[in-house]
Design a protein around this ligand. Structure first.
Ligand code: ATP
Ligand code: MG
Length: 263
């Protein structure tokens, strides 16, 4: 009962995608340990309050920069896979270390080995994740690459988060980013919007990513990911700013701030 009352709007499992925009600068090979440490602490606090959390990591300085380099070099597919998977291992293992130091029990599931994506649909074997969660582990997946035909393709954390939520029964996906939410044409943060309204508007194209390196697209990719993977049990996507202390914890507890995208 206590967990239920503390859990706010959504009891049970929550899926959170920690964007590369918040834990890296999406440019140089660098993890922002101070922010990663604080966010991990907020996740640990939610877990110790009885919330089951599924974590997805975005590519940030690791996946986006490595994939962009492989494209620029026109690297053969096998070289691109080696490069990007190794960089993402580096990021995810660092994050797993930090989470473990806070008392979370992370287990890493490499998407290139348990998913068989079809376009924007990751098609992962979430049964193995559900199996392991029964003993109290916190699954950690991440944006990754895989061989597709004679080439190589990207499965982004944005679509993994939606499919994971649908498969684990999470009614909520939290996108933790470096912005206060989805920004409208007047530069204001939208408090709440139905996904269909968001789709019809041009607001997703508003902001430029500046000097950041990005191979999948910012808010637009999130909308495409939602559209491709949504399910009846998924009720809400919250876009929140992880640079602000407390936002990640509040979001996991079901009363976060940012933009609520209603499905
Ligand atoms: N309408 C909008 N509202 C808010 N942000 C927007 C909008 N349009 C574009 N953006 C951009 O989207 C960015 C967030 O997406 P981005 O892909 O950079 O982050 P992320 O998904 O957290 O990172 P990663 O892809 O590495 O996981 C913001 O920093 C902003 O520049
Ligand atoms: Mg992104």
């Amino acid at each position: 009962m206590q967990t239920r009352s503390r859990a706010g709007r959504y009891p049970g499992v929550r899926v959170i995608k920690i964007g590369g925009s918040v834990i890296t600068d999406k440019r140089t090979f660098k993890l922002n340990y101070a922010i990663a440490n604080r966010i991990a602490g907020e996740i640990a606090a939610a877990v110790s309050n009885g919330i089951k959390v599924g974590i997805v990591l975005g590519g940030g300085s690791y996946g986006h920069v490595a994939a962009s380099s492989a494209r620029m070099l026109d690297a053969p597919p096998a070289d691109a896979l080696t490069l990007v998977t190794m960089y993402m291992f580096e990021l995810v293992l660092a994050m797993a270390d930090i989470l473990a130091s806070k008392g979370v029990k992370p287990v890493v599931y490499p998407p290139h080995s348990f998913c068989d994506p079809d376009g924007l649909v990751p098609r992962c074997n979430w049964n193995s994740v559900l199996r392991d969660m029964k003993v109290g582990v916190t699954p950690l997946v991440y944006g990754d690459v895989y061989a597709c035909g004679e080439s190589w393709c990207i499965v982004s954390g944005d679509e993994l988060a939606i499919e994971m939520a649908c498969s684990l029964g999470s009614p909520l996906v939290v996108y933790v980013t470096d912005v206060d939410g989805v920004i409208d044409a007047d530069g204001k943060v939208i408090d709440e919007i139905h996904v269909d309204e968001l789709e019809e508007s041009s607001i997703v194209e508003q902001q430029k990513t500046g000097s950041k390196i990005d191979v999948t697209g910012g808010i637009k990719r999130k909308l495409d990911a939602i559209r491709a993977n949504r399910c009846l049990t998924l009720r809400e996507i919250l876009v929140t700013n992880g640079l602000r202390e407390g936002n990640t914890y509040a979001a996991l507890m079901g009363h976060g701030s940012g933009t609520r995208i209603i499905l």
